[in-house]
Design a protein around this ligand. Structure first.
Ligand code: SAM
Ligand code: SF4
Length: 342
């Protein structure tokens, strides 16, 4: 591998037109995946040509340019990030910013399928916390929702991550008529193992094979139903993301709600998202984007890249316009979640 890019001296912070500080970069390192979750992708997805992808060194360089501009947290996501060849190289490279104190954390969102292989190496590379997606605890349902996934393999991955000492948060997308009878079981499982659990509303991103109105389950309803059986105490806990947390008094564990649909959290947004081809999306729910690959490849000096990042942040929109109803058949944005990362 070539010599790592050394960021220049810290530059002016990234502040958008609405006064929000951008301190969090999510990086989708591949759009490919070994699963085909029905709310995320169609079964026969067309993936980006491999030649368009940024190399791992280029991803490191863009991340480092953001770190030089005050980004404190990086999340590596996808597609399935652990399917990208040699991905541990990127984690090890980025860990130098943890060592220098420029970054607070490097985290990962994964479907868990490769964790038996990589959990210990991730821990050794400085990763402390990971998010693992788990929508159901029933093998048949798991197969149905992920199409190609295997629950046993993911459970083994969760065990491996736990054993390696990684702090685990489980993410479950709330799906009407699919897992709405399983939230108690997911809470019991997560909190019984000492993991946080976050429930997520489905977002209208990219064409899928079915109709999203059939899947959409507002978390306001889920929360009200949970309150029949549990005492949910609001707590100020935050992980830097959009989840709002409660403590479930009966289990002592934390439960998060990510509610882009029923409660828009854009006013406190501190995030931007980089795709594996070097496109920067300033909002998950808007199409406006900036190309960082051209300035990255035009010169080995980072002046153009830094300027392109500043220009992009000066266009960060106020928020998204997600709606899911019977009249709105088109997704709010055409790209799939696997392109921009969750
Ligand atoms: N493959 C990894 C995984 O599944 O965790 C990382 C990428 S995945 C796109 C990130 C998160 O986005 C997952 O928790 C997934 O459940 C969620 N997700 C995917 N499509 C979604 C959608 N349309 N609405 C809400 N969440 C979605
Ligand atoms: Fe793959 Fe994650 Fe999308 Fe499921 S949610 S298809 S695991 S990228």
């Amino acid at each position: 591998m070539s010599e790592l890019f050394k960021p220049s001296a810290p530059q002016a912070a990234l502040i958008d037109p609405f006064g929000r500080h951008v301190t969090y970069l999510r990086v989708s390192v591949t759009d490919r995946c070994d699963f085909r979750c029905s709310y995320c992708m169609s079964e026969h997805m067309t993936f980006l040509p491999k030649k368009d992808l940024l190399s791992l060194e280029e991803l490191d360089r863009v991340c480092s340019a953001f770190v030089a501009k005050g980004v404190r947290k990086l999340r590596i996501t996808g597609g399935e990030p652990l399917m990208r060849k040699n991905i541990l190289w990127l984690f090890r490279a980025l860990s130098r910013h943890l060592g220098s104190g420029a970054l607070d954390e490097v985290t990962l969102t994964t479907n868990g399928s490769q964790l038996t292989k990589y959990a210990q190496e991730l821990k050794d590379a400085g990763v402390r916390r990971i998010n693992i997606s788990l929508d159901t605890l029933e093998p048949g349902r798991f197969k149905a929702i992920t199409r190609w996934g295997d629950l046993g393999q993911v459970m083994a991955g969760i065990d491996a991550a736990d054993k390696a000492g990684l702090e685990i948060k489980l993410n479950a997308v709330a799906l009407k008529g699919f897992n709405e009878d399983e939230f108690d079981a997911l809470i019991a499982f997560a909190h019984g193992r000492g993991f946080d659990l976050t429930l997520i509303e489905t977002m209208p991103m990219g064409d899928i094979d079915g109709d999203r109105t059939d899947q959409y389950l507002p978390l306001s309803i889920v929360r009200a139903r949970l309150m029949d059986r549990f005492t949910l105490e609001d707590i100020p806990f935050r992980t830097g993301g959009p989840a709002r947390y409660v403590r479930v008094r009966e289990t002592g564990g934390r439960l998060g709600f990510i509610t882009p649909m029923t409660h828009n959290f854009c006013e406190s947004c501190n995030r931007v998202r980089l795709t594996c081809t070097g496109t920067l999306y300033m909002c998950l729910g808007q199409d406006d984007a900036a190309d960082l690959r051209a300035p990255l490849r035009t010169s080995s000096d980072d002046t153009l890249l830094a300027r392109a990042i500043d220009e992009a942040i000066s266009r960060k929109p106020k928020g998204h316009d997600f709606i899911i109803d019977r009249r709105t058949k088109q997704p709010a944005v055409a790209r799939h979640m696997s392109v921009t990362g969750g």
